[in-house]
Design a protein around this ligand. Structure first.
Ligand SMILES: *Cc1c(COP(=O)(O)O)cnc(C)c1O
Length: 392
């Protein structure tokens, strides 16, 4: 048989160890595992043989999920964490120490910004923010103590695109670790390892689960790097629960078909929004010809993703009014769900940033982010249309 494709790996990567011939992987709700004898126990603890010891280290369900994600991302190894933020935090903390510095895209997730600005400085780890789009300017910020480049593409909620190939080249040239949060794209749309990313993180809470049920995170990369992540996590403890791993692994079976539809619907909605220029001044979607990095998005992404952002001419007031008038689309901070979700970042997820900081990452007062779900796109458009009708 030929080497299986992405979709096949997502479905056929299964743990099968009970001997009961289950067709669907069972859930292994066990905190720990038994050993037949003292020698087996010794060898496992010494790392001389492979097997499950304790579910904070590994579990058949997390093992299945990890194996699957590695095939999807094209990485050698991975570790599953309790949340996306645990993945982002360990992807930095497992590698950096006091005195180290990192270069970070200014357009990182809100909690990642808090880690960089409020938490890591306590341990003497500093950062410099750089523009996500103009990679050519990054090199002048690299210091002797710089160890890592951290970025997210497409970014949230401004949907700017960072050139992964250029970022990979800068990382190689200066011997830095390139750490990419691939949550918005998922491995179906974009595989950062192909461009030289050393570490890839995910909030599996989003499109990977895709149904807004569980939290989870992934850190993936080369084995020698993930061994560091595993050491760090085993002893600090943010492991994914077997139940969540079972849910997310099942969800990945449909990732490709879900993402195809998320992207198709998102493009239709983006095009509708572009037609509403009386009330909307700007529509951001990577696969719209009007996106400033449309060509780059086409080069490194299979499709444009499930998130569309747009700017209401009426500013802050119009943004909040729009949210209040929605009848079907959910007001929630989550994304990557079957249900379409709207947020107004300036008054919620990014309200802790200053106005200047918000504008630096394209968050204008009237910006609305829609995570386009899998409802019929005409129904989503109809809800947006009626809500826009209330804005003067
Ligand atoms: C949601 C999100 C996270 C955090 O994930 P949690 O699972 O909520 O902890 C990190 N990065 C991006 C891009 C996200 O959207």
């Amino acid at each position: 048989m030929q080497k299986p494709h992405f979709e096949t790996n997502a479905i056929r990567t299964q743990t099968e160890i009970t001997g009961e011939k289950e067709h669907s992987t069972p859930m292994y709700l066990t905190s720990s595992f038994r050993f037949d004898n003292a020698e087996e126990m010794r060898a496992l603890f010494a790392g001389e043989s492979e097997g499950n010891i304790y579910s904070r280290y590994s579990n058949p369900n997390t093992n299945e999920l990890i194996e699957k994600v590695c095939l999807m991302e094209g990485t050698e190894a991975a570790f599953a964490t309790s949340t996306g933020m645990a993945a982002v935090f360990t992807s930095i903390a497992a590698f950096l120490k006091q005195g180290d510095h990192l270069i970070a895209s200014r357009a990182v997730f809100g909690s990642t910004h808090q880690i960089l600005t409020q938490i890591l400085p306590r341990w003497g780890i500093t950062h410099t923010y750089v523009d996500p789009v103009h990679c050519d300017e990054w090199e002048k910020h690299i210091l002797p103590e710089t160890k890592m480049i951290l970025l997210e593409t497409p970014s949230n909620p401004g949907l700017s695109i960072t050139d992964l190939e250029k970022a990979g080249k800068i990382a190689r040239k200066h011997n830095l670790l390139l750490n990419v949060d691939n949550c918005f794209a998922t491995p179906y749309l974009q595989q950062p390892a192909k461009y030289g990313a050393d570490i890839i993180t995910h909030s599996a809470t989003k499109f990977m689960d895709g149904q807004g049920r569980v939290l989870g995170g992934i850190v993936a990369g080369r084995k020698e790097l993930i061994d560091e992540v595993i050491f760090f996590n085993r002893h600090t403890g943010p492991a994914m629960s077997p139940f969540n791993a079972w849910v997310i692994s099942k969800s990945l079976e449909t990732l490709a078909v879900r993402m195809d539809r998320h992207c198709e619907n998102a493009l239709a909605i983006a095009r509708f929004l572009e037609s509403q220029s009386a009330k909307i001044s700007n529509v951001l979607y990577p696969f719209l010809e009007s996106h400033p990095q449309y060509e780059l998005a086409k080069k490194q992404m299979r499709l444009g993703g499930g998130i569309v952002s747009f700017e209401l001419r009426g500013g802050l007031e119009a943004g909040q009014r729009f949210l209040d008038e929605l009848k079907m689309i959910t007001r929630s901070s989550n994304l990557g769900d079957t249900r379409s979700i709207a947020t107004h970042p300036a008054s919620s997820t990014h309200s802790k940033l200053t106005e200047v900081e918000r504008l630096a990452v394209n968050i204008t007062p009237g910006l609305i982010r829609i995570s386009v779900g899998l409802e019929h796109p005409d129904d989503v458009i109809s809800d947006i249309e009626q809500a826009l009708g209330h804005i003067t």
